[in-house]
Design a protein around this ligand. Structure first.
Ligand code: FAD
Length: 404
């Protein structure tokens, strides 16, 4: 990191140490701010599912000097196959179709990316694990913050990078319900033993309205993922046993290798369950407090763009704070202006990706399978793929990164 010293008096507290938080911490520290990150988990949350880094987000990674680390952590998927209830292959997909990535883009496990960002910041940034903000009072000269464990402190700015269900957003903007747009689907993902012997290979078992996936990435354990229609009343977010019961009930008759994947669920170290929702806010700041990443604009876990948006958002927010010489009012306005078109386009695309991902009727499922089969044999496959990927590529690059 370079040691520009212009803003040593500016103290910033970031809530959340996943992707947006440490990425923002990186840039703020590099620009001379004094940064603290508070994370409710007792340590860095490792593991997790695979996430894409596309377009402008890869540029941000390059500007951080982390491209080599990302290439080393790449999932390096070889491809995958769709299978029926008896395990018979319906169609296979190469790495191009399964990843939908342009040359230069990459895919890593969320936990690996979090680790890379943490390692790049830990020497210059204060991390408080196992703690969270319990109260904030904004004064003319700063925000007085109370923590569950650490002593109360004043910060010049507070940034909520605390994800889809952001407590910072709730405190500053009000209840989550008013900002949620729901696709009506739910998703669950967790680590499983690699009993299927998958080697950088993904198996997908789709039935109308439901998808079961299993994959293994380079050098990591296998993962299972389930997508299904969300019931009207989802179990409480803390009721893990209730969530696991629901997934087991919904997929009880799904066939294929589903029973084995479900059996591994209770012992999994990283069970994740949530509804597939988006977050829409008109503005991402109030006074000295702002939001970033899924807390501000979650495009849904199935959009394929949440990680990239977090990385790009971090670069822009830190850059605008630097450009405004720490004047947070000017910086937060410029942050919104610079990012809004990119976020709007990615939220629209994220909605389409999430809602198109699951075929809801036997007819649409047949159309999906046939389309993939036909694609493989088209002499102009490259051209067809480029045209399918055009909206995603466009959205991933829908921002010109300023040189701050
Ligand atoms: C199953 C699944 C598959 C996905 N697949 C993809 C994909 O293919 N491509 C892609 O780009 N994206 C994908 N995503 C989305 C991606 O993971 C998120 O968009 C991205 O992680 C957003 O990063 P973030 O830092 O904003 O939020 P998060 O990753 O949600 O991190 C928020 C952090 O804040 C912490 N926190 C929460 N509350 C508090 C609190 N009160 N105090 C302190 N800390 C708190 C949390 O513990 C967490 O560490 C997927 C998500 C899921 C769930």
């Amino acid at each position: 990191m370079s040691n520009a010293q212009q803003f040593t008096s500016k103290t910033v507290l970031i809530s959340g140490a996943s992707i947006a938080g440490p990425a923002l911490a990186y840039w703020l520290h590099r620009y001379g701010f004094t940064v603290t990150v508070v994370e409710q988990a007792p340590s860095l949350r490792e593991g997790g599912y695979k996430v894409d880094i596309r377009g402008a987000a890869m540029d941000v990674i390059e500007r951080m000097g982390l491209t080599g680390e990302i290439r080393k952590a790449s999932t390096d998927m070889r491809g995958g196959a769709w299978v029926d209830a008896n395990g018979k292959t319906l169609t296979t997909l190469g790495p191009d179709l399964i990843g939908m990535r342009a040359p230069g883009d990459d895919e890593v496990l969320r936990g690996d990316l979090a680790r890379i960002l943490f390692d790049a910041t830990k020497s210059g940034v204060e991390y408080l694990f196992g703690d969270s903000i319990t109260g904030m009072v904004e004064h003319a000269e700063g925000v007085e913050v109370r923590f569950g464990h650490a002593a109360a402190r004043m910060f010049d700015l507070v940034i909520g990078a605390d994800g889809m269900h952001s407590a910072t957003r709730r405190t500053v903007f009000g209840p989550e319900e008013q900002f949620v747009r729901s696709t009506g689907m739910a998703v669950c993902a967790y680590t499983v033993p690699n009993d299927l012997g998958l080697d950088r290979w993904e198996l997908v078992h789709p039935t109308p309205g439901h998808v079961v996936q299993a994959y293994s990435t380079a050098g990591a354990a296998a993962k299972a993922q389930f997508i299904f229609p969300a019931p009207e009343q989802l179990p409480d977010r803390r009721d893990v046993a209730g969530q696991q019961r629901l997934v087991s009930d919904v997929f009880a008759d799904s066939g294929w290798e589903t029973p084995g994947l479900l059996a591994a669920m209770p012992n999994s170290p990283d069970f994740y369950f949530d509804s597939v929702d988006q977050i829409h806010l008109d503005t991402w700041s109030r006074g000295r407090i702002a939001l970033i990443g899924d807390a501000a604009w979650c495009p849904s876990p199935l959009s394929g763009q949440g990680t990239s948006m977090a990385l790009v958002g971090a670069y822009v927010l830190a850059g605008e704070l630097k450009a405004a010489h720490g004047d947070h009012r000017a910086a937060f306005l410029a942050y919104r202006e610079a990012l809004r078109p990119y976020v709007t386009e990615n939220l629209a695309l994220g909605w389409k990706n999430a809602t198109d991902m699951v075929a809801t009727t036997p007819g649409t499922l047949k159309v999906h399978i046939t389309a993939i089969k036909v694609m493989r044999y088209l002499p102009w496959k490259g051209m067809a793929l480029r045209s399918i990927m055009k909206p995603l590529n466009h959205a991933a690059n829908a921002i010109e990164l300023a040189d701050y």
